[in-house]
Design a protein around this ligand. Structure first.
Ligand SMILES: Nc1nc2c(ncn2[C@@H]2O[C@H](COP(=O)(O)OP(=O)(O)OP(=O)(O)O)[C@@H](O)[C@H]2O)c(=O)[nH]1
Length: 509
């Protein structure tokens, strides 16, 4: 292996600005960072040159017989060969797998095959492998021209783990063993421990090797949100999530939650999930074989897809049921709120409007009638000598009388009027659009009715009551507000009281 070449472009990588200083200094001084085989460095040189072509790639690879064998194996694998004849030369192999895949294979050559691989590294490579297959499939559907680049970026997206391992072996071991179930937990632990995650470190390492800047940036942003990502980076970012679902303890559950995240993404609508899963299932063993790593657990993609669909269906049903329940709870709450609102306006004994509602309504009518030049009358009604009634017959009878008087008012008032109990034995009628004369006609009927019929019976003995009524009209005084109008009606009622009760008087007359 060679030392790092002068093609180092880590300084130019804007995203490596996210590296904390102590990590950057540590990486710069670290003597055992993973390096590339000399053939890989030559291939990278070719990749950077303007005349990168099959011939130049092949010539660079041929300097390393093992790498050449590896590439031939890949080109003759089921995926690349399909039914084509077996090939025997490096040039044919490069032509068949493409320049980007050749670069990816070359770069990953000595990264994956470390003999003393700990379980967590195996897991990291498993993720890279699955992600690379998924990424290439996605790119072939969404941006075919970039499939090779996307494959390489996905394959190398977790190489930062190697750099962190070289720099802080003990810390890395503490974080990675036992390996967190979800990649996001790993990222979180790295952020806490190092102030950055392995994607940022991996991008720095790749840039240090001299990989094209766009590739280093794709690694650096591999954990970022995919929502507004350019299509090639979208493929890389999604690939990691698909690999995480594949390796999750319950792949179907993880897949369903990924499907939900992708639901509103336009590009994602073109992905045929069943086909993607089947591609992973088919290609995983051969790619693992070529890269000489232990193949990760393989899944039956049909069974996985069926389980995911079943789960999705069940979750949708449960969601719908929950939605229906919430809607019905909301409807009940609204109904209850309406009932409470009505209750808050009603006097419980008489069922008429209570004082609060009377005052509110009077204020509104006062404003509107005054603005529109309409008249408005208010009648204040007080039962006469009600204390004596209570004293003579008791409070229960008093209550019945108040209740019956309420009924009487309800029968007499029109729909446009509002009758209410102001408090105790005091009542009020609001009559929009009515002048003193018509208001008087209405309240006269109250006196008549009370004279004609008893308000209640006690032991079959009829009880009669009388009332005193004061009327005030908007047009008959310069009232500043509804309160003044109401006070005028009240004062007029007291005038009737002082004049002997059982009668009607009109303010100002
Ligand atoms: N039964 C019953 N009595 C009530 C209620 N609210 C107020 N009262 C009674 O109404 C009576 C009002 O008495 P006063 O204010 O002295 O008036 P009044 O006896 O009607 O005399 P005038 O108004 O001057 O004719 C009191 O005895 C109160 O206890 C109620 O909800 N139920």
């Amino acid at each position: 292996m060679l030392a790092i070449q002068p093609t180092d472009n880590s300084q130019q990588l804007s995203l490596s600005a996210n590296l904390p200083d102590f990590i950057r200094e540590g990486l710069n001084d670290c003597f055992n960072l993973p390096t590339l085989p000399s053939a890989a460095i030559k291939v990278l040189d070719v990749a950077r040159s303007p005349n990168a072509n099959v011939k130049a790639y092949a010539e660079a690879i041929q300097t390393d017989p093992i790498l050449t064998m590896r590439l031939l194996a890949l080109a003759n694998s089921a995926y690349y060969a399909r039914r084509a004849p077996t090939i025997h030369t490096c040039r044919e192999a490069v032509a068949r797998v493409g320049l980007d895949t050749t670069l990816a294979t070359t770069l990953s050559f000595n990264l994956f095959k470390l003999k003393d691989q700990a379980a967590y590294l195996q897991r990291v490579w498993s993720r890279s492998l699955i992600a690379a297959i998924a990424a290439r499939y996605l790119a072939e559907q969404l941006c075919p021209g970039q499939a090779g680049f996307v494959f390489t970026a996905a394959l190398l997206q977790d190489i930062g783990v190697l750099a962190l391992k070289a720099l802080y072996p003990e810390d890395v071991e503490a974080i990675y063993e036992p390996l967190p179930t979800h990649h996001s937990e790993l990222i979180h632990s790295e952020q806490l421990q190092f102030g950055c995650d392995h994607a940022t470190v991996g991008a720095w390492l790749a840039a240090k090797w001299g990989v094209p800047t766009h590739l280093a940036e794709a690694i650096s942003t591999s954990h970022s949100d995919f929502t507004f990502a350019p299509i090639d980076l979208f493929c890389v970012r999604i690939s990691g999530l698909i690999a995480d679902a594949w390796l999750a303890p319950s792949p179907a559950h993880s897949l369903v939650s990924l499907m939900r995240k992708l639901k509103n993404h336009t590009e994602a609508q073109h992905i045929v999930l069943a086909e993607l899963l089947s591609t992973i299932e088919t290609q995983l063993p051969s790619l693992a074989d070529v890269l000489e790593i232990t193949a990760p657990k393989n899944l039956d993609s049909d069974a996985l897809m069926a389980e995911a669909q079943h789960l999705l269906f069940q979750q949708t049903l449960a969601l719908n049921a929950r939605l229906e329940q919430q809607q019905s709870e909301l409807a009940n709450l609204l109904k209850r709120q309406d009932e409470l609102e009505v209750c808050s306006r009603i006097d419980p004994l008489t069922g008429l409007a209570n004082r609060g509602w009377l005052e509110e309504q009077l204020s509104e009518h006062f404003t509107h009638c005054r603005e529109e030049g309409r008249n408005l009358s208010v009648a204040f009604i007080d039962l006469d000598h009600f204390k004596m009634v209570n004293d003579q017959y008791g409070h229960l009878v008093g209550d019945v009388i108040l209740e019956n008087f309420g009924k009487l008012l309800r029968e007499l008032v029109r729909d446009s009027d509002l009758a209410g109990r102001f408090g105790g034995e005091e009542f009020m009628i609001i009559m929009p659009n009515e002048d003193a004369h018509s208001a008087q006609q209405l309240v006269k009927q109250i006196l008549q009715k009370l004279a004609e019929q008893p308000i209640a019976y006690v032991e079959n003995q009829p009880i009669h009551i009388t009332v005193s009524i004061g009327i005030a009209c908007l047009h008959d005084g310069g009232f500043a507000d509804s309160r003044e109008l109401m006070n005028a009606a009240d004062q007029t009622m007291y005038f009737v009281k002082h004049s002997g009760r059982c009668g009607i008087a009109i303010y100002g007359q």
